[in-house]
Design a protein around this ligand. Structure first.
Ligand code: CUA
Length: 160
C-alpha cells in the first residue's frame, strides 16, 4: 500500500510531538521542577530567626545594587517594608519560618514561592519608582489574604 506524502508528513509530525511530550516529562522529573529558585541552598525552618544568613534583614546596599533579605511567616513578612533604588539590580533572598508562602510583587515580574527549608532567591530591576504591594499568593492559612508587605522603589541618582 502506498502512503501519500501528505499522510507521511502528519505521521512524522505526530511522532515528533509524542517524543517531545516524553522528553518534557523526563526533564521535569530529573530537574525536580517543583523546587523553588536557588533550591540548592537549604535552611532549617525552625531556626531561621537565628540563622546568620537571616540575621540582617531588610535592604542592604551591595556593589551591584541591593540585597533584600526577608522572612515570610503566618501571616506577615519581616520586615514589612523595604526600600530599593530604581534601575539597579535587586536580589531578594527569602525563606519561611513555617509553611509555604508566596511572594509576588504586584505589577512587576518579581514572583517566587517561599518554601520552608529552602532559600528562594531571584534578582530583578525595578525601572519605575513608586510603591509596590507584595502579596502572598500561596494559600497559607486562615489569614492568608492579610499577608502583605510594601516595596518602595526610590528614584535612583542620575546615571553617569
Ligand atoms: Cu502566606 Cu498566603
Amino acid at each position: 500500500m502506498k502512503v501519500p506524502l501528505y499522510e507521511k508528513i502528519w505521521m512524522w509530525a505526530s511522532g515528533v510531538l509524542v517524543v517531545a511530550f516524553v522528553v518534557t516529562i523526563v526533564v521535569g522529573l530529573a530537574g525536580s521542577a517543583l523546587q523553588p529558585p536557588s533550591h540548592v541552598e537549604t535552611i532549617d525552618p525552625t531556626k531561621v530567626w537565628n540563622d546568620p544568613r537571616f540575621k540582617q534583614r531588610g535592604a542592604t546596599p551591595t556593589a551591584a545594587g541591593t540585597t533584600v533579605v526577608m522572612i515570610a511567616m503566618m501571616f506577615a513578612y519581616q520586615p514589612a517594608e523595604v526600600r530599593v533604588t530604581a534601575g539597579k539590580p535587586v536580589t531578594f533572598r527569602l525563606t519561611s519560618s513555617d509553611v509555604t508562602h508566596g511572594f509576588s510583587i504586584v505589577g512587576t515580574n518579581g514572583n517566587t514561592m517561599v518554601v520552608p527549608g529552602y532559600i528562594s532567591q531571584f534578582t530583578t530591576v525595578f525601572r519605575t519608582p513608586g510603591e509596590y504591594l507584595i502579596v502572598c499568593n500561596e494559600y497559607c492559612g486562615l489569614s492568608h489574604h492579610l499577608m502583605f508587605a510594601k516595596l518602595i522603589v526610590e528614584e535612583g541618582r542620575a546615571q553617569p
